[in-house]
Design a protein around this ligand. Sequence first.
Ligand code: GTB
Length: 215
Amino acid sequence: MPTITAFERSPDGGRGLARDTRVRWALEETGRAYEVRLVSFAAMKQPEHLALHPFGQIPTYEEGDVALFETGAIVLHIAERHAGLLPDHPAARSRAITWMFAALNTVEPPILEREQAPYVVGDRPWRAELLPLLDGRVRARLTQLSARLGEAEWLDGAFSAGDLMMVSVLQRLKSSAVLKEFPTLAAYVARGEARPAYARAFAAQWKVNARQPSG
Ligand code: GTB
């Protein structure tokens, strides 16, 4: 049985945005049982964890003599070995993998750049100019993605690891107004979240991370 690592307590308070959720989702889609080792921020920077993850992050994935980091590599590893996330036909399989890379390399970077910009620029004078520019870069990508998705249910035929990764990336926008400007993408995210495997993955991380009500 594989063991993954996840935050001892995710800063998102159980919204499922930490990247272990993607891995949990992939494992659930393929019907695989798994164990979770919870790690604190401090433990992530200790030699034991750094031997598994050179950048001191979660998630990692261990199974037998395989030890992996990076969600793209982990989800691909799972998808290639277990039915449910990649089509059998070689060309369709390669296209699904292409969508995984597109999610991680083309769609996620402008989203993360926009999310992190306020913390990076602080109150420097160019903040008011930079943030709308970064919003524009996110909108440009969403416009292209939305045009490609059109009215289709998933990006290329049946649900695949490409959709799992793209939905996971777009979820990062749920607290921003921009996703609502793209109703087809908002509906696409909702379709991903409606999958029973996603619900199980979300519930598992919620059990660990849910914020206790205060007071
Ligand atoms: N490229 C790597 C991958 O895809 O696996 C990125 C891994 C990564 O960013 N891991 C983060 C981490 O370990 C957790 S998921 N950070 C700790 C550190 O770097 O010290 C990123 C994340 C964190 C918090 C929220 N949140 O609170 O909403 C969302 C996503």
